[in-house]
Design a protein around this ligand. Sequence first.
Ligand code: NAD
Length: 256
Amino acid sequence: MAKTILITGSTSGIGMGIARCFAKEGYQIIFNGLEPNGAELAQQIADEFGIRHIFNPANMLDPDALKAMVAEAIQTFGNIDVLVNNAGIQFVSPVEDFPEQKWNDIISINLTAAFILTKAVWPSMKNQNRGRIINIASAHGLVASEFKSAYVAAKHGLVGFTKTIALEGAPFGITANAICPGYVHTPIIDKQIADQMKAHQMTADEVVQKVMLDKQAIKSFISIDTIAQSVLFLASETANTITGIALPLDGGWTAQ
Ligand code: NAD
């Protein structure tokens, strides 16, 4: 029987790459994201790989919508085998100017939504005595950079949350792991380049070379496929004893 995966923020960037990778493996997919053409993008991937799917644009800021998305998924597919908490936003500003609303949104979208969704899928994963929860954290879940106070706090929180549910899930065959990418060229980065240009008073090229890739020993962006294939591995049977890790895929950034 086909397995089911729910991927938040899967109509753009890394999430969409993960969706394509699992679609190729025949997974049934619950797509999610705020892109206005999200339903169309999800349909295209489903058609390309001949898989069943749902598109649900639940907003990570709305806990009831998140619970309803899980309920819809379980009603349609019977259960959820893999939950990937991937949706995220970024905002770059010195702490003294950091808008409080932005702080709250980043914590809610990048951290609290993962808690709400984990809680919602937990009973069904527990019942089937198997589950995979994979949280897309960041190298910023392991180390900090200036001007990213909310994001760094949220991603460190996500790594801590991952470790906790790894312990709680172990008796029930549920594994929980975090992936900590360095810089991956997606729409979130395009927006950040613009913000960093302001914060550091630099050109776009200087931001890429001096602020972003400078941190990585390998001076190139991490590919979306590197992230997607790692998620696929962590979801596999082979990975059934891997739990509670925060896997850096960061070109050597956090090795320093
Ligand atoms: P992206 O902007 O391309 O995709 C983000 C996705 O999240 C989009 O589909 C967007 O609609 C969705 N999203 C944002 N706010 C939402 C909300 N309130 N409700 C529902 N969906 C929402 O960015 P990406 O680079 O693909 O980022 C994916 C994840 O990877 C994020 O958690 C990000 O922090 C993390 N990450 C990215 C990088 C990078 O360099 N791109 C590095 C490390 C970690």
